[in-house]
Ligand binder design. Structure first.
Ligand SMILES: [Zn+2]
Length: 79
């Protein structure tokens, strides 16, 4: 699809790193499947992936670390 941010690039399937912040905590999740703009690098997550990502983030944030780096898993459990 055409990128909504720069309106010039086309998105391609790939893997991206997503960082989420809540309160004082930062969660970084690598290896998230996404459509990535070949021009500006903006990424778009499918609804299904986003849902899993947020579920994984919730679990990961419960560990209480200030910064946590994980890898995206299809089971929704943080690595
Ligand atoms: Zn773009």
């Amino acid at each position: 699809m055409k990128c909504l941010i720069c309106k010039q690039g086309e998105t391609q399937p790939g893997l991206t790193t997503v960082s989420l912040q809540r309160d004082e905590r930062t969660l970084i999740i690598k290896g998230v499947p996404a459509e990535i703009c070949d021009n500006c690098g903006e990424y778009y997550l499918s609804q299904e992936i986003a849902k899993r990502l947020y579920r994984q983030a919730e679990e990961s944030l419960q560990h209480g670390a200030e910064v946590e780096i994980g890898r995206f898993t299809t089971s929704g459990v943080a690595a």
